[in-house]
Design a protein around this ligand. Structure first.
Ligand SMILES: O=C(O)CCC(=O)C(=O)O
Ligand SMILES: [Fe+2]
Length: 357
């Protein structure tokens, strides 16, 4: 069992911003050294290495034929990539930019002022810190983060000025897009549009605004912003500033995601992999850093309500003649266990797999 830590204890590692801002830093300190396998690096110029595009306007306001076509594209994107970009959605680009700016201003606050938001409990509604889990990781990562739970209860920060208003609007609008995508995914599986939302108690579902700050790094090949991982929820929607860095594992190669400006990058999470009994997989991804500019991304995972256990959908099992591959666990328990050391050693989902003797 993981040691109990009270929320008053805070990690002792300085933020990566503080480290990167020190003018004398010309190399990556050994605690941050992360070696990547060059043989797994995909070719960024290969057109095959471009994640699929889903046209949101056609999904939601197209003719029945257009919608049916987009649903097919969605199914293919979920089966073949687990990642896609959503264009022509109704969230204004100016709102996305304001959200990124507000997060930037948060990370720019003096370290002293950010301290009050540092806790270690995974389900604290507001939490900032550095790296991933400084208590258990062997290597630290080149990022600082701010995670705020925006649904079912909206939480916010009173500083920096403007953060609260912009994050309220951004979280609402992003959730509307996520809701439509979830309907499309449900239909792409041959289910009623609201099947997954109902089964997962989506109206009380968790939504987290998870901002990542990756400062420029003197030796980007020797460090990593976020190591390979999968996301825990049903779907994650992500936006980023003008600097790329998200890489997706596709056919054993790391592919850099080149999203259109203003698009949401969307990926399937662990709960969706459970529901679909592995048909739609929660794909490994990571964030690399660069020498030139600070990168900011805001990942917005959307999950079931905390008290809901995800289980393979009976209708799908029956249709495919499959046995369930996963045991049920509430989303809350899943999140708790995922924060434990064992979760770092292999795909966390494997701990929930039904064992066949
Ligand atoms: O910064 C990125 O592009 C990746 C972020 C991410 O994967 C996450 O926050 O879960
Ligand atoms: Fe992620």
């Amino acid at each position: 069992m993981a040691p109990t830590v009270t929320s008053m204890e805070v990690p002792k590692l300085a933020s990566i911003k503080t480290l990167a801002d020190s003018a004398s830093l010309t190399f990556v300190p050994s605690e941050y050294t992360f070696t990547k396998n060059p043989n797994e690096q995909g070719d960024a110029n290969d057109p095959e290495h471009s994640i699929p595009i889903i046209d949101f306007a056609l999904l939601t306001s197209g003719s029945p034929d257009q919608r049916a076509k987009v649903i097919q594209e969605l199914r293919r994107a979920c089966e073949e990539w687990g990642f896609f970009q959503v264009t022509n959605h109704c969230v204004p680009e100016s709102l996305m930019q304001s959200m990124i700016d507000a997060c930037h201003r948060f990370f720019d606050l003096p370290e002293e002022e950010k301290k009050e938001f540092q806790t270690r409990n995974p389900l604290d509604p507001i939490k900032c810190g550095t790296s991933f889990n400084v208590d258990i990781e062997k290597v630290h990562f080149w990022r600082d983060f701010l995670k705020v739970i925006a649904h079912p209860e909206f939480n916010s920060l009173y500083k920096p000025a403007g953060y609260s208003e912009v994050s309220l609007e951004f979280s609402k609008r992003t959730r509307e897009v996520a809701t439509e995508i979830l309907k499309g995914i449900s239909e792409s599986l041959g289910l009623e549009a609201d099947y997954i939302a109902k089964a997962m108690n989506w109206d009380r579902g968790l939504q987290i605004l998870a901002a990542n700050y990756y400062p420029a790094c003197p030796q980007p090949d020797k460090a990593i912003g976020l190591p390979p991982h999968t996301d825990h929820g049903l779907v994650t929607l992500l936006i980023q500033n003008e600097t790329g860095g998200l890489e997706v594992k596709h056919k054993d190669q790391w592919v850099l995601v080149n999203a259109a400006p203003g698009a949401f990058v969307v990926n399937i999470g662990d709960q969706m992999q459970i529901l679909t009994n592995d048909k739609y997989k929660s794909i490994w991804h990571r964030a690399v850093v660069n020498k030139k500019a600070t990168r900011i991304s805001i990942a917005v995972p959307h999950g079931p309500s905390l008290d809901t256990p995800a289980l393979p959908i009976p209708e799908l099992l029956e249709r495919e003649g499959q046995a369930p591959k996963y045991i049920g666990m509430t989303y809350e328990k899943f999140l708790e266990l995922q924060a434990c050391p064992a979760a770092l050693t292999k795909h966390f989902l494997d701990h929930l797999r039904v064992k066949h003797n």
